[in-house]
Every structure is written in C-alpha cells, then in structure tokens.
Design a protein around this ligand. Structure first.
Ligand code: NAD
Ligand code: COI
Length: 330
C-alpha cells in the first residue's frame, strides 16, 4: 500500500514517517505542490495527501482518474480551492480535516486583536528607529471594553468568540445558520449590517465560497464604528482589499489583521519562484502602522500540524479498508 504526500513541509515529515511505520504503508513525500504535471509521482498510490492554497483543478483529477488513484485527502479545512464538480466528474473522492485545531486559529485572532488595540505594529517600528518618546504617546485600548462581532460561529468562530468572552469582551455574532447550542453569553444579530454597526472588532470565520465574495466591501465597511478593527483569518476573497485599504487610509477603520489575503495565490507563486511580490495593496498594507499582515499562518501550531497529517492519512487508510472516508467533502 502506497500513499503519496504533496506540499510536505519540514515539520510534517516526521509525523508522516511515523504513521507510515506504524500503519505499514509505503510513503512517498515531496515538498512540491500538487499539479497535473506531477500527479504521476503518485502512480500506484491508494490516495494522495496534499496541502496547498493553490487550486486543485480539473487537470489534476483527470490525471488521478487515469492513474486510478481514488482519493485526494487534503490536510487542511478549507475546500474553496478544489474544483469539486470536476472531482465528482472523474469519480475522485475528496476528504478534509475539518477541525484539526480551532484553538490555534482562535488564539491567533485574539493575539491579533490585542496587538492592534495596543498598537504593537506601530510601537515595534518606532522602537526599531530608536523613537522611544513617540512610543510613549501611543495610547492603547482594552479588549475587555470592546464589542467583538464574530461572523460565522462554526468550529473556529465559536472558539474565537469564547476566547474573546473569557477576556471580558462583549461578544455578538452573525451566522447564516445560528447554533442551537449557543452559549448564554453570546447573542446573535439578525443580519450582518446589524452586527457591523455594533462591532469595534469584527472577525471573519465563514468559508471562502463564491457567495461570500467581498462580504466586507466599501458599503459594509462604512457600517463599522470609526476606529473599528477588522480581522480576517478565514479566506482572502471575503474582503475587498481596495475598499479595506481606502478605509484604513481615511481612518474610517482603526486597523486590520490580514492573515488570509485576497491575492494570496500571487504571493505564494512569487515566494516559490523567489520573485518580488507585486500583488495589489500588499506592500501598501504592510507599510501601514495599524496593519498586521501574515502569510496564512494562523493555523500553524504543533498540535495543528500533527492533527492535519494524522487526519489526512486516516481518511486514506479508512477508504482503503472500508471504502469510506471519515471526513468526506461533497
Ligand atoms: P465551519 O464550516 O465550521 O463554520 C463556518 C460557519 O460559517 C458556519 O456556521 C456557516 O453557517 C457560517 N456561514 C457561512 N457563510 C456565511 C455567511 N455569509 N454569513 C454568516 N455565516 C456564514 O468553518 P471553520 O472550520 O470554523 O472555518 C472558518 C474559516 O476559517 C474558513 O474560511 C476556513 O477555510 C478558514 N481557516 C483558516 C485557517 C488559517 O490558518 N487562517 C485555518 C483553518 C481554517
Ligand atoms: C485551512 O486549514 O483551511 C487553512 O486555511 C490552513 C491553510 C494553510 C491552508
């Protein structure tokens, strides 16, 4: 039995090797992202394990079908980069790891909120320039005094909400499908505009499906109270970056933490090819004192990495032995 893993990062290797030894499968691993050009590496595999934000397209699934590889088991949550219709057309089964560590992302969200409220990006720049007197006049805000609006209360949003609540913040939420098991301290708003009007911090936790394109745009950003902070650790397409940049420039909003950025595929390709980053607004945002820009690393903890690898391999092994995925994606 053979499993081929693509997009393998150094910290994943040991976990993959341990699983191969304990479950007794042949492991082929590569740091290359999965493309139609390198599917052949997986010939003879009962499944492919992969991890990337670049697209899984029709050409990949056609190759997998030709090589009779039945399963693509991604090691992450988001499936927005998968052409699911093509996968179904070629009979390829898809699985994800739906909840490898919601706490990893939730904690990163709260960290980002605190850094923006206490003006850490501005302070860090000033300290590096020996401008300590300028640091002294930067007044922060306290998280326990803020109203936090959580958009999407699934695995990650709910935990982010709970963590904010534990800091003493007032937490409100909007979800297209509110939870029946909602905790008492959390109240849902009827719609997104109502949430935005009340949120000094807004954090996004909805999937990057087409219907959610530019949920935050010039019109919806205007609804936020002046000085509000926007946090996006979900998917880049949820925010109209041009509108966000304009809102930051005009001080209509007070800060932004962007872990998932609209033109992420462009920066990934540039980074892989060691080319300069030319993606729209990337350097402009990075230069602002009230912006935290991170390269999609909110998930990146030791717990998450281990669970991602184990979850993906478990899906392939279960399909091999029972013709059933543990976490099928339809
Ligand atoms: P989930 O599926 O558990 O929850 C998503 C929630 O969003 C659901 O409750 C759904 O009803 C709600 N929803 C969908 N569209 C909505 C809309 N337009 N308005 C209101 N609610 C809406 O998802 P999750 O596992 O919590 O993941 C949340 C996001 O985080 C996803 O975009 C995922 O891809 C992303 N993610 C990012 C990282 C990272 O490292 N930055 C890591 C993992 C997941
Ligand atoms: C996810 O698990 O969906 C993430 O966003 C993590 C990522 C680096 C792909």
């Amino acid at each position: 039995m053979k499993i081929t893993a693509y997009g393998v990062r150094p910290e994943e290797k040991l976990w993959l090797q341990q699983l191969a030894e304990s479950a007794g499968f042949e492991l082929v691993q590569t740091s290359a992202w999965l493309t139609a050009d390198n599917v052949a590496l997986a010939q003879g595999s009962c499944g492919i394990s992969a991890f990337q934000t670049l697209p899984y397209d029709q050409a990949i699934f056609a190759q997998m079908a030709a090589l009779q590889i039945p399963v693509l088991a991604i090691r992450n949550v988001g499936t927005d980069n998968i052409d699911l219709a093509s996968a179904a057309h070629y009979g390829i089964q898809i699985s994800n790891v739906p909840s490898y560590s919601p706490a990893a992302i939730a904690e990163f969200v709260v960290l980002s909120a605190l850094e923006l409220l206490r003006r850490v990006p501005a302070m860090t720049k000033l300290v590096a320039q020996d401008k300590l007197a300028a640091v002294q006049i930067l007044v922060g805000r306290e998280l326990n005094q803020q109203t936090v609006g959580v958009v999407g209360t699934g695995h990650i949003g709910l935990l982010a909400a709970k963590t904010f609540h534990n800091f003493g913040a007032k937490v409100i939420a909007f979800d297209a499908f509110p939870r029946a098991d909602k905790p008492d301290w959390l109240s849902y708003t009827a719609d997104l505009p109502t949430l935005l009007k009340q949120s000094q911090i807004v954090t996004l936790h909805v999937p990057g499906i087409k219907a959610n394109d530019h949920l935050l745009n010039a019109d919806t950003l205007k609804l936020l109270p002046q000085g509000a902070v926007v946090i996006n650790t979900a998917r880049g397409n949820l925010i109209d970056t041009a509108a966000l940049y304009a809102a930051l420039q005009s001080d209509q909003i007070g800060g932004a933490a962007i872990d998932t950025y609209e033109f992420e595929a462009q920066i990934e390709r540039a980074s892989e090819q060691q080319q300069p980053i030319t993606a729209p607004y990337y350097h402009e945002l990075a230069a602002l004192d009230n912006v935290l820009l991170t390269p999609h690393i909110a998930y990146h903890t030791d717990v998450a990495v281990q669970n991602m690898v184990q979850g993906s391999v478990a899906n392939i092994l279960n399909y091999q032995s029972h013709q059933q995925l543990l976490n099928p994606v339809k």
